[in-house]
Design a protein around this ligand. Structure first.
Ligand SMILES: C[S@@+](CC[C@H](N)C(=O)[O-])C[C@H]1O[C@@H](n2cnc3c(N)ncnc32)[C@H](O)[C@@H]1O
Length: 275
């Protein structure tokens, strides 16, 4: 499938799933791990106030959360339906002075924004994984860095190639015989079509290398779901027992940057800083 066809496929998927995307991070324990672990690191590494570009914002779950604090958000996404949803919500919640822009465009071209203009840049929940050519991923990384001010933190979370191996055993055994599987093992490219759309699965070192080579200082990589990855059913059971869930979350938090946990986590979060 050509790059343009893949892009069209990804955009169509997100056009059809705006409400689902809005609900995604508040849906169940596995998504809560993704969301709450990300928020923990945002709280820790964001400046106290300032402007934030949310690149690949979707309908804006992170943007609305941060806009309620002391930040001014600009949303950026290539799916117009997501931005329309956000615009309606901004109006309804009277957040025009906090969410100051909703811009349509693609991650590898942030020419709508000037260089060195944001106090922080976030690109969360996998938008960079949906950039299917390596060359464009390099361009996108450079663009995310270009628009950040010197010293600003950049937060990027992506889908993890190796983590999906657990998914193949636990949930997607039928796909082992699918045509794409050998290719996925080699290059991490999933063409979509089995309940999710096309994405590139990253290795942690690949993600770190991409942003280090583009000139940032790597702060850390973290496991957003960690050892709970691809265990939704078990996590739901654990979540029903509040005492055990609390202990599990504490264990997750204490292992969140360990290479073993990062290596198998469904989503990996990278934090880096523009020099
Ligand atoms: C899984 S959603 C994540 C949304 C949001 N950041 C979150 O974490 O809830 C991925 C988003 O990336 C957007 N996206 C995918 N490829 C993109 C690209 N090349 N340029 C801009 N946005 C893109 C999609 O439209 C979608 O809204």
């Amino acid at each position: 499938m050509s790059e343009a066809d893949l892009k069209h496929k990804i955009k169509s998927y997100y056009t059809e799933s705006v409400k689902e995307e809005w609900r995604r991070l508040a849906k169940g324990p596995i998504s809560r791990l993704e969301f709450e672990t990300t928020i923990r690191f945002l709280n820790e590494y964001l400046p106290k106030s300032g402007s934030i570009l949310d690149a690949g914002s979707g309908p804006g779950r992170y943007a609305f959360t941060l806009a309620k604090k002391c930040y001014k958000l600009t949303l950026f996404d290539f799916t117009p339906a997501n931005l329309d949803f956000a615009r309606r919500k901004i109006k309804r919640d009277n957040m025009q002075d906090r969410i100051i822009g909703t811009v349509e465009g693609t991650l590898d071209d942030l020419s709508a924004f000037e260089s060195n203009s944001f106090d922080a840049v976030i690109c969360l929940g996998g938008p960079l994984s949906h950039v299917m050519s390596e060359k464009k991923r390099r361009k996108a990384a450079k663009e995310l860095i270009r628009v950040a001010k010197h010293g600003a933190p950049i937060f990027v979370s992506v889908m993890n190639k190796m983590s999906a191996m657990m998914g193949f055993v636990r949930l997607f055994q039928k796909e082992l015989a699918a045509q794409y599987f050998e290719g996925y093992l080699k290059n991490g490219d999933y063409p979509g079509g089995y309940g999710f759309t096309a994405y590139h699965g990253f290795q942690p070192e690949e993600l770190r290398g991409l942003f280090a080579k583009a000139g940032t200082k790597i702060v850390l990589t973290a496991a957003l779901e960690g050892f709970g990855s691809y265990s939704e059913k078990d996590l739901k059971k654990l979540y029903r027992n509040k005492k055990r869930w609390k202990i599990w979350v504490r264990a997750h938090n204490s292992t969140v940057t360990h290479p073993s946990s990062v290596g198998i986590s469904q989503h990996i979060l990278l934090i880096c800083r523009k020099p």
